[in-house]
Unconditional design. Structure first.
Length: 320
């Protein structure tokens, strides 16, 4: 058999083997995607319930304070409330009220620990570098908390201030596994390492699309405090022990932890979706390449057979 045919056969066999690997990786990513999607959906429901409970409790406390102070109870007075006057100095007011002066901003950036995930890592890094350039232009100090080795290595190479890094997150993270990360992020905020914290990650929309998100995590700004929430609170009966401040002191950090965990879980879901799509694309390319090489092989065989027939006919004619 001519060398060209042997080379084509070897190449087809090699490409098919690659296709088996990419298909196996696609199936693994699809399995992990299914697990994280289910966990993400359940955790979103839990997080929403915690936020609603916080909103009702804090609204009732704020309105009770305004009533004692003989202040008009309306949306305007609620929006201007000083939380220190309601809850005193401590975790509650520190985590829900913006600081008077923002000297430093923290960014918890979530990337992966490996490649073969399409544009997942590059998109997060590109957008984060854009934020860093904007901050530099405004002479703002930023500090990076990097979750994922790809982002951590890149940011350190580009001389960004990485104050924390963690590259030990599993593909289907549990809350206990992520707890050291979120606890560290909250402690750094409370200790004044930065005055506000944003989480930068890829939000999972569906298996084919995702979107980069920057969400403010600290101070907590998405708790709805208003007249509506207070009325809803009055329609329910709560037994609060030992007192509302003690409950909120425990519940608010828990809500912050769950919110950050939800972002990490969402990011992992987007990573698996991106990996699955990339491996599906690679498998499709493999199939196309095998088809193209098989066509070349068949044409080469046909040419070889035609040449042999021509030689036989020519030899037979020469003997006449």
């Amino acid at each position: 058999m001519p060398a060209s045919l042997l080379e084509l056969k070897k190449k087809i066999a090699s490409v098919k083997q690659t296709g088996k690997i990419t298909e196996a990786m696609r199936m693994v990513s699809a399995s992990k995607l299914n697990q994280t999607e289910k966990r993400d959906e359940g955790y979103t429901v839990y997080n929403d319930h915690v936020r609603q409970t916080l909103s009702r409790l804090m609204s009732a406390q704020v309105i009770s304070h305004l009533h004692k102070e003989n202040v008009a109870i309306d949306e305007d007075s609620i929006s201007k409330i000083d939380y220190e006057s309601v809850f005193g100095l401590g975790v509650i007011s520190d985590m829900v009220q913006a600081r008077k002066e923002v000297k430093s901003t923290g960014y918890l950036v979530i990337t992966g620990d490996r490649g073969l995930v399409g544009s997942y890592n590059s998109a997060v890094i590109k957008n984060m570098m854009g934020l860093a350039e904007d901050a530099k232009a405004e002479n703002k100090d930023i500090k990076i908390l990097a979750v994922g080795s790809v982002g951590a290595e890149f940011f350190k190479k580009n001389n960004l201030n990485v104050v924390y890094e963690n590259a030990a997150i599993s593909d289907v993270p549990t809350f206990d596994e992520v707890l050291p990360i979120v606890s560290t992020a909250i402690k750094m905020y409370l200790n004044g390492v930065y005055d506000e914290l944003y989480v930068c990650y890829t939000h999972h929309i569906n298996s084919l699309s995702s979107a980069f998100r920057v969400e403010k995590m600290l101070p907590i700004v998405d708790i709805d405090i208003g007249l509506k929430e207070a009325k809803e609170h009055r329609d329910l009966e709560y037994d609060i022990e030992p007192d509302i401040n003690t409950v909120l002191t425990t519940l608010i950090p828990q809500y912050a932890r769950s919110t950050i965990y939800g972002a990490i879980l969402d990011a992992k879901t987007a990573e698996h979706a991106s990996s699955m799509t990339a491996m599906q694309s690679a498998t499709d390319n493999v199939n196309d390449l095998v088809s193209s090489l098989t066509t070349k092989l068949n044409r080469a065989r046909q040419a070889e057979i035609t040449t042999e027939i021509t030689e036989i006919v020519s030899g037979a004619n020469a003997l006449k």
